[in-house]
Design a protein around this ligand. Structure first.
Ligand SMILES: Nc1ncnc2c1ncn2[C@@H]1O[C@H](COP(=O)(O)OP(=O)(O)OP(=O)(O)O)[C@@H](O)[C@H]1O
Length: 437
């Protein structure tokens, strides 16, 4: 969806690196590492729309949401609200801007002050911003409680007397108190029972219609954003992998990461087995994100060098082996088959052919693999491993198996109207890529 309207919120290059001191020795040596939680994110939010932001745990969703509002200080980048740069605003100005941009926290159990009555929780922002006092304040609180489906009599009770869904309603009433234009909702329903989730999402939608609100909704659950968002951004290791209208992101073409996330959405039909895509490996550490495309270490569609005749699954497995060899400092850390085959002495005592078999079995590689050159590089690497020469084993495989995805960090390529995907498959250098929309 291309939009000719002016965005209400415009974010450019937003970056948040956390300092991670490491251990005592690192500190003494003056070494500190940076957790690259959010790394140069651009986004726009248009008036009256809902932008969903999805991704696995740890991909930087909460950091992005909080850096947007300067609840944590961004390391770099700008956030413009109606043209005004929030990142350059004075503390006073920021306080006043926070009236327009509100934040709803993930956990309604811990985000409400247990010592305040519901009336005072909802009334607090009215006091802070000097919006209403006395009877007007009481009336406003009563109205707000009714707006979110609670009632006046709840004003004198305490948060612990309410269910999870009701507490989230209190959080929403509190956010609405100052008449905001934008609400950032951080996992607004993930702490709630499934039956209550739909009620809260419906409430958010009703309030959007009634008050013309714009939302950013953070969720790890794709079905939540499918339900509520007009556009969706898929975050991976602090960067957007894909962004577009919800219907476009949920349909092809996909970023391979988004495709894997979508394949994991449970279907209502219990007999449905589907084509779930299992990603290899763990999410890499944001302390040291992979070079090139951040997803290449797990991507099922990682690009092969020209002329390769390997199957895609062989290629993926060879890159997994290459990664394991890079990180390895002992044979045991390459292949986990130590005790059963090598006895107590470990895999170092395996014969050459047994070691080869174990490596192929563990990485799901046939013997031979379907490309002659690749087979000879793999055999050479296994030979060197058997000699205990890690550098040579690494070199044999490093040179032979190189993907452009390891070198080039893809920009977000336009694949349709307002639909963008950060994957080299959609770049001009790869004409075999799936057809553009
Ligand atoms: N204060 C902090 N100091 C150091 N690292 C942090 C800090 N807060 C978050 N991180 C790291 O930043 C990365 C992104 O975290 P963030 O909480 O933003 O992700 P998320 O997608 O919201 O995850 P979740 O859904 O689990 O909350 C993670 O690796 C996390 O460990």
């Amino acid at each position: 969806m291309s939009d000719t309207r002016e965005p209400i919120l415009e974010v450019e290059g937003l970056t948040k690196y956390y300092e991670s001191g490491g251990g005592v020795v690192d500190t003494l040596l003056g070494r500190s590492q940076e957790v690259k939680a959010v790394d140069g994110v651009d986004l726009e939010l248009y008036p009256g729309e809902t932008l969903g932001i999805v991704g696995e745990s740890g991909c930087g969703k909460t950091t992005l949401a909080q850096a947007l509002l300067r609840l944590i200080e961004p390391t770099a980048g700008t956030v413009r609200y109606r043209g005004e740069d929030l990142t350059a605003a004075s503390d006073d100005r920021l306080r006043s801007l926070r009236k327009d941009i509100q934040y709803i926290f993930q956990d309604p159990f811990s985000s409400l002050n247990p010592r305040l009555t519901v009336g005072d929780i909802v009334g607090e922002p009215l006091d802070i911003h000097g919006i209403a006092a006395g009877e007007a304040r009481t009336r406003r609180i009563d109205d707000l409680l009714e707006t979110v489906g609670l009632s006046q009599r709840h004003a004198h009770r305490y948060p612990h007397e309410f269910s999870g869904g009701q507490r989230q309603r209190i959080g929403i009433a509190r956010a609405l108190a100052v008449d905001p234009e934008v609400i950032v909702c951080d996992e607004p329903v993930s702490a709630l029972d499934v039956s209550v989730q739909a009620q809260i999402l419906n409430l958010l939608e009703d309030l959007q219609d009634e008050f013309g609100l714009s939302y950013i909704v953070i969720a790890h659950d794709l079905s939540v954003v499918e339900h509520i968002a007009d556009r969706v951004g898929v975050l991976y290791l602090g960067e957007f992998a894909e962004m577009g209208a919800t219907g476009d992101v949920f349909g092809p073409p996909h970023h391979p990461y988004a495709e894997a996330l979508l394949s994991a959405i449970p279907e209502p039909d219990p007999g449905w087995e589907g084509d779930r895509i299992f990603l290899s490996g763990e999410v890499p550490s944001p302390l040291d994100p992979p070079d090139g495309c951040r997803f290449h270490t797990r991507c099922p569609k990682v690009i092969q060098p020209e002329g390769s005749s390997l199957s895609q699954s062989e290629w993926r497995s060879l890159l997994d082996l290459k990664q394991r060899l890079r990180d390895a400092d002992a044979l045991e850390s390459v292949t986990a088959v130590a005790e059963s085959d090598g006895g107590a002495a470990g895999p170092a005592h395996l014969s050459r052919s047994a070691l080869g078999e174990r490596v192929r079995e563990e990485f799901d590689l046939p013997s031979p693999v379907s490309d002659d050159e690749a087979e000879s590089a793999l055999s050479e690497s296994i030979d060197r491993l058997h000699d205990g020469d890690f550098d040579a084993a690494r070199a044999a495989i490093d040179d032979a198996f190189e993907s452009p995805c390891e070198r080039t960090d893809p920009p977000l390529y336009a694949v349709g109207d307002g639909h963008r995907i950060a994957c080299l498959l959609y770049g001009e250098d790869y004409p075999d890529a799936p057809e553009r929309a």
